[in-house]
Design a protein. Structure first.
Length: 301
């Protein structure tokens, strides 16, 4: 079967893209590996009408709503290869099956490579966090920290005091420039220069252990990961990438189309700021743009 569009990824961006195409009566195949990036978080915050809902529950609800449209087909599998064809695109799946579509929407998400500090990975999404807008309110007024992992960490340390008293852990890194140090002082953010050797607590953070043996008591730690694509097919198709703050980002235009005609990208893989609302909005744009391309592009000779 030749689909009008194949959507790779069944989370916020992918389901939002598929919904627009389905409501236009187009045949859509959603390929999903079942590993959304935010699977480590127990709640998603800031999403209109869904504040505090469990991410898996939100995805399941979205999938159930989408499944009501008769032109939608779900495939629980992982896309491993993609090639352009005369009619569109052909995808090979991990199972060995193939799917073909005229348009392709990439929404497969990112993988987070976390700082290699003992005790950090098990708290990711719970009390070790990346986004204060997503999780900061739940720790408002508590003891907060920011782990220095990149140049932009000082920017995050200047933000976090709006949610609570903040310690900026330089983790053995260089002291910020004098202007930034003064800004941190005015924000009442404490600078801790020592190297972090471990995070205390089981699944809930209780403190940060430093190289000199001291433990700074803490309730939540904000940091950044290094990100990479969760699927290789954008690179296989020849999509251009830009270097973002955290890792590679697929280059798209205002309609979420990549540098490869007929291929759209939505969600975290195609933007520098990441949250569920942005991902869903990007998916809506990608889905509507793919549909309009199906309608208005010239017919092949």
């Amino acid at each position: 079967m030749m689909y009008d569009a194949i959507v790779v990824g069944g989370s916020y961006a992918g389901l939002s893209a598929a919904m627009q195409l389905a409501r236009a009566g187009r045949a859509v195949c959603v390929i999903d590996s079942g590993s959304p990036r935010n699977r480590f978080a127990s709640a998603s915050h800031g999403f209109f009408g869904q504040d505090g809902a469990a991410p898996r529950a939100m995805i399941l609800q979205g999938r159930e709503k989408l499944a009501a449209y008769p032109t939608v087909h779900f495939v629980d599998d992982r896309a491993t290869e993609a090639v352009a064809t005369e009619a569109g695109f052909s995808l090979r799946l991990e199972s060995g099956n193939t799917r073909e579509g005229a348009k392709l929407v990439l929404a497969f998400g990112l993988i987070d490579d976390l700082p290699e500090i003992p005790g950090l990975a098990g708290k990711w999404g719970q009390s070790v966090l990346h986004c204060p807008y997503c999780h900061g309110y739940e720790f408002k007024g508590q003891r907060l920290g920011v782990l220095n992992v990149m140049e932009n960490s000082a920017h995050q340390a200047l933000m976090i005091p709006d949610w609570g008293p903040t310690t900026f852990f330089l983790n053995g890194g260089a002291m910020p420039d004098p202007e930034t140090v003064e800004k941190l002082r005015r924000r009442v953010a404490t600078i801790e220069p020592g190297r972090v050797v471990a995070l205390e607590g089981d699944t809930t953070l209780t403190g940060v252990r430093l190289e000199d043996g001291r433990v700074v008591e803490l309730d939540a730690l904000f940091t950044a990961s290094r990100t990479r694509m969760a699927c290789p097919i954008a690179e296989q198709l020849g999509c251009a990438f830009d270097e973002g703050m955290l890792g590679p980002v697929i280059r798209v235009d205002g309609k979420q189309m990549t540098t490869v005609p007929g291929v759209y990208a939505a969600g975290d893989i195609a933007r520098q700021m990441h949250n569920a609302t942005f991902a869903s909005a990007d998916g809506v744009m990608a889905g509507t743009a793919a549909h309009q391309a199906l309608v208005f592009e010239p017919l092949a000779a």
